[in-house]
Design a protein around this ligand. Structure first.
Ligand code: SF4
Ligand code: SF4
Length: 342
């Protein structure tokens, strides 16, 4: 079958299963990379009426809390050199963003890889790495801890969030699981969540295929996990990466933007001397907890509304003047909607 026939075949099966299920079905894609492909190819628009596809908390920048951003901004304001990944710099904190401090002190650094932080440490021995993201990026942060680089960890784990979403008020019938995260954790951690799930790659064909498989599983009432990305994801994941995580991090309860505290969903640095939250406790101890703003990122991350339903969307909030994390990150739902002219 060529690509065109393959896509047609998926759509035919999706329509057939949807009519056989005979009720509303809600599927959630977890990964921001998937949301990007879904919007770009208009996949939501071609699904049968009873199939709803919503975006989940799959962007590392979007789920990082206001409080963590305010803490790292406070460190930067006190002249502590900070390194982190690009999009994070522009997310507005309560007082300012890291980007604004960069303009003032020149001590905030945008990096693309762990090795750049190792290089920076030679010049700035006190550098703090602001570690964000899921199981995909956490092994790189563990590598930095191995090099004795101080870390402020806002790392999060995906399976506990899925478990919480599956048992909440959203009534999700199936998940499209993130491809990159799965290369690290493998398949087993998902099996404890008893709803249909498909691990998907990042092409439109792979996403349509995963929707087709999910609908078949839902129709047949099979709450299992299917690896739809076997060319990259192995049953056991990446054992070395997981050992690194175990060596340098403790699993803790963690607050997610918009989702609240999720039990055992965060990674905290084990070694207190390399943990910026301990080392700079006096600097950040008066930072206030996250406060409520008119930004609806939280509802977007729980799939309760679409970006276009946020009153600030395209008005006060644009990629040039983001009011919340979902408009900052390239993987944030609001930025993706904006980019494709929704
Ligand atoms: S890091 Fe990878 S798996 Fe995670 S949300 Fe981004 S693209 Fe998806
Ligand atoms: S449009 Fe802006 S203000 Fe509204 S939810 Fe998205 S990021 Fe937040």
């Amino acid at each position: 079958m060529n690509e065109k026939e393959l896509l047609k075949n998926h759509i035919t099966h999706i329509n057939r299963y949807a009519s056989e299920i005979k009720r509303e079905v809600t599927l959630m894609e977890i990964c921001g990379g998937h949301t990007n492909v879904i919007i770009r190819y208009g996949i939501r628009d071609i699904l049968p009426e009873n199939i709803r596809l919503i975006s989940g908390p799959g962007c590392p920048v979007c789920v990082t809390t206001q409080h963590d951003i305010d803490c790292i901004v406070e460190c930067a304001r006190h002249g502590i050199p900070i390194a982190t990944y690009g999009d994070m710099l522009r997310v507005p904190g309560n007082k300012m963003s890291l980007d604004e401090i960069r303009g003032k002190t020149g001590m905030v650094f945008e990096v693309y890889s762990a090795s750049e932080v190792v290089e920076l440490q030679k010049k700035y021995p006190d550098i703090v790495f602001f570690g964000i993201g899921f199981e995909t990026t956490a092994p790189m942060t563990a590598f930095l801890l191995d090099k004795k680089i101080c870390v402020y960890s806002a790392h999060k784990l995906i399976p506990p969030a899925l478990k919480m979403l599956a048992s909440g008020d959203l009534k999700v019938d199936g998940f499209i699981n993130p491809g990159h995260v799965s290369t690290i954790i493998g398949i087993q951690p998902y099996t404890k969540i008893r709803i249909p799930q498909v691990i998907a790659g990042f092409s439109a064909e792979q996403i349509l295929r995963s929707i087709r498989i999910l609908l078949e599983l839902i129709r047949d009432k099979k709450p299992i996990v299917v690896n739809g990305y076997p060319e990259v994801v192995r049953q056991q994941g990446n054992k070395n990466a997981r050992l690194l995580l175990k060596k340098y991090f403790t699993v803790v309860d963690s607050e997610w933007r918009g989702l609240g505290v999720i039990a055992k969903s965060g990674l905290e640095v084990k070694n207190a001397t390399l943990n910026a939250k301990h080392k700079y406790y006096d600097t950040i101890k008066n930072v206030l907890p996250s406060k409520k703003t008119p930004c609806r990122c939280g509802d977007i991350l729980r799939g309760l509304i679409e970006p276009t339903e946020c009153p600030l969307y395209k008005k006060q909030c644009t990629p040039k003047n983001p009011q919340g994390a979902c408009m900052v990150s390239a993987e944030g739902s609001c930025a993706i909607y904006y980019r494709y002219g929704k």
